[in-house]
Design a binder for this molecule. Structure first.
Ligand SMILES: [Zn+2]
Length: 248
């Protein structure tokens, strides 16, 4: 086993922070399903309201939100996601970086995950500001969450005991250092993606499934299994004046 995955294999609770409703499922849905099968408690935190991605321009925001959340629950039930949490920031819009980062810290303090995932904000040519902001804010949240003088929420902070995050993982990465075996769980990821009917046409869903099948095989080309998901797994210590290059 790749030792980068050791922290993930030892984890009992994992938090996956995503910019939009379907990012976790597209980027690591097979990993999520495999972890859930092993009894790992997997939580999703969705940063934005995702309303820009809704196909129907006439659909009212509250109805669109209701449908998006229902679809997310449907997909989550297929994968075995234990909890869905939202920050509700405006999709592709202006929002305060510290509101985002502190919202992530609040959930880290509430849930005490051993491993936290998000999109890789250092993906070359990534242009979507939600992905850049959420990936970076997740990295900073994993660095700073345990500092007791960083006060976030009186209620949460009062019932919180600082803990250590063993590893931070990024998906949608160009520099993976681990590949998770999704040979047995990938069909559930592909099924879950089909839930996002408010955002994706049937044609788009079919295209994503076909594209992902090829990518999963390419990622696993050097492995002993046939299909994988590429991850960049780091120590939270890598996120500040990195004096220990082995943390990367
Ligand atoms: Zn996204």
């Amino acid at each position: 086993m790749n030792d980068r995955l050791a922290a993930l294999h030892a984890a009992r609770r994992v938090l996956c922070v995503q910019p939009h409703y379907d990012d976790n499922d597209l980027g690591m849905g097979g990993t999520v399903a495999a972890l859930a099968d092993r009894g790992v408690e997997v939580h999703y935190l969705t940063a934005t309201d995702d309303l820009v991605g809704v196909l129907d321009p006439e659909l009212a925001d509250d109805e669109a939100t209701r449908r998006l959340r229902a679809e997310q629950h449907e997909a989550g039930a297929i994968l075995g996601v234990a909890g869905q949490h939202w920050l509700g920031l405006p999709d592709a819009g202006p929002y305060d970086y510290y509101a985002l980062r502190n919202g992530i810290i609040r959930h880290i303090r509430m849930l005490s995950p051993e491993v936290v995932f998000s999109v890789d904000p250092w993906l070359p040519f990534e242009a979507h500001s939600d992905h850049l902001r959420v990936g970076r804010a997740t990295a900073e949240a994993c660095l700073l969450h345990k500092h007791v003088r960083l006060r976030i929420d009186p209620e949460v902070d009062a019932g919180w005991t600082p803990h250590s995050i063993a590893a931070v993982g990024f998906y949608f990465t160009s520099e993976p250092n681990a590949c998770f075996d999704v040979t047995a769980s990938r069909t559930r990821k592909h099924e879950a993606i089909g839930a996002y009917r408010t955002q994706l046409t049937e044609q788009e869903i079919a295209g994503l499934r076909a594209g992902l099948s090829g990518i999963e095989q390419r990622w696993a080309a050097a492995e002993t299994f046939s299909h994988g998901e590429a991850l960049r797994i780091l120590s939270p210590g890598a996120f500040h004046v990195n004096l220990l290059p082995e943390l990367l």
